[in-house]
Design a protein around this ligand. Sequence first.
Ligand SMILES: Cc1cc2nc3c(=O)[nH]c(=O)nc-3n(C[C@H](O)[C@H](O)[C@H](O)COP(=O)(O)O)c2cc1C
Length: 113
Amino acid sequence: MKLSNDSTSGKWISGANFAIIVLTNPYFRFHLIDAGKVVQNMQLAAWNYGVGSALFTGIEEDRIRKDFSIPIEYKPVIVVGFGYPRKKIDGKTKKKNRLTMHELVSFEEYGKS
Ligand SMILES: Cc1cc2nc3c(=O)[nH]c(=O)nc-3n(C[C@H](O)[C@H](O)[C@H](O)COP(=O)(O)O)c2cc1C
């Protein structure tokens, strides 16, 4: 509940089974890339066990720092909530409307398929 109150775009986190606040050290130039990598690795590992996840980045920084005693040298950049999906996910579950490979990827030159 504390975490939910510290968010501007992820009030839903109060319904998660658990959550991870990802902290980075902005001293390192690519700290946000590192955060993205660690988040995706956690999401994929969780999904192997049928555990779903979602993210939020709308963080009330002063509040979250106080509530979770986050040291000043670390920045809370993204929060991941985990939990078992309410609905069973199976082969019949509606697929996301994703771009095809050819719409997304160019070969040799931008725009060429
Ligand atoms: C960098 C990043 C930031 C995000 N921030 C928020 C957020 O602040 N609040 C939120 O509800 N969802 C946030 N999302 C989650 C997206 O809304 C979510 O990925 C989207 O619902 C599609 O998820 P799915 O394709 O895994 O179903 C964020 C996603 C990414 C990649």
